[in-house]
Write a protein that binds this ligand. Structure first.
Ligand code: FDP
Length: 337
């Protein structure tokens, strides 16, 4: 067991089998880790904002208090721009690709991220997170990347993962070689390996969905949720409902305990016919993590990782979790049950 190793030690150990490894990916991941440590520190201070000054105002020291999601976004952008390994990046917060200033070296990687997912929960002290997805560039050369580099299907991701800012700060990532969890030890300032090779149970009894949207779902989704709640349906164990409303936290719990998370398409807002969550910075990275842990991710009709993206902020229905649960959900959604 390698418990207690830092992320970089673990990466170097597992990369030994990859002769082509140059250290570039390690530098990139290190940039993300440093950004997450800084964000974690600010998230922990968030409760003090009401004492020190409201967002957008000056606090008692005369400093400007900034919105946490803007702060997280800027922190990651700055780290990635300067690490020298990135040719393009996109974030949930900005409509277009973020460019790398001329003075910095461009590298071979594209990073797409959601800097602070679940941010509507900040004021209630609920866990929130940063999600990231990493591709290798498609365009040749060492200049800046473009949309072609970013708009790749999820199966091309070389790595993905998330940080949770919760009761402790945790990093979960995969570089295509299993899913590993690290916990930040604030006293040493390092993420230390706490769970190696996480496997999601093949079937779980937790379901996570915003049932307030029930009347706006397609019939197949409604039938599936009714089925989960039906005590006569012959479930091996009764289902239980858990919904935090913070994707990273809901996903992480289900990854460890087994179950299913759904954000299906709904008919509430005709401008968002595919649901709420974003393919590139939410669904794709979570789908890579869950598949690497032995689970599945689907729109109900198609594997998430097979979707060919049309635009950076594309939304998709997301049904993700234990393999057998996702399969049953697909059967209902496709009208087979
Ligand atoms: P939030 O709006 O708080 O940022 O994609 C964003 C997200 O949270 C997810 O983290 C979460 O799973 C989902 O939205 C919650 O949406 P609902 O409030 O519609 O249930």
């Amino acid at each position: 067991m390698n418990l207690g190793m830092t992320v970089i030690e673990h990466l170097l150990l597992t990369q030994k089998e990859t002769p082509a490894a140059t250290g570039a990916f390690t530098r990139l991941l290190n940039g993300l880790i440093v950004a997450a440590k800084i964000i974690s520190r600010e998230v922990n201070k968030a409760g003090l904002v009401n004492i020190l000054g409201f967002t957008g105002q000056q606090n008692v020291q005369g400093e400007q208090v900034r919105k946490l999601d803007d702060y997280a976004n800027d922190t990651i952008i700055r780290r990635l721009q300067t690490c020298g390994e990135v040719c393009a990046m996109a974030t949930e917060e900005d409509a277009d690709l973020i460019s790398i200033p001329r003075q910095y070296r461009k590298g071979n990687y594209v990073v797409i991220f959601d800097p602070l997912d679940g941010s509507s929960n900040i004021d209630a002290n609920v866990s929130i997170g940063t999600i990231f997805s990493i591709f290798r560039r498609l365009t040749p050369g060492d200049g800046e990347g473009n949309l072609e580099d970013a708009l790749q299907p999820g199966y091309n991701q070389v790595a993905a993962g998330y940080f949770i800012y919760g009761s402790s700060t945790v990093m979960v990532y995969t570089a295509g070689n299993g899913v590993h969890g690290f916990t930040l030890d604030p006293s040493v300032g390092e993420f230390l390996l706490s769970e190696e090779n996480i496997r999601i149970p093949a079937r779980g009894n937790i379901f996570s969905v915003n049932e307030g949207n029930y009347n706006h779902w397609d019939e197949g989704v409604q039938k599936y949720i009714n089925f989960l709640k039906d005590p006569q349906a012959g479930h091996h164990k009764a289902y239980t409902s858990r919904y935090i409303g913070s994707l990273v936290a809901d996903f992480h719990r289900n990854l460890l305990y087994g179950g299913i998370f759904l954000y299906p398409a709904d008919h509430r807002d005709p401008r968002k016919p595919a649901g709420k969550l974003r393919l590139m910075c939410e669904a794709n990275p979570m789908a890579l993590v869950v598949e690497q842990a032995g689970g599945a991710a689907s729109t109900g009709h198609q594997r998430i990782l097979d979707i060919i993206p049309q635009e950076l902020h594309q939304r998709v229905p997301l049904i993700i979790g234990s393999k057998e649960n996702v399969k049953t959900a697909e059967e209902f959604i496709q009208g087979m049950r």
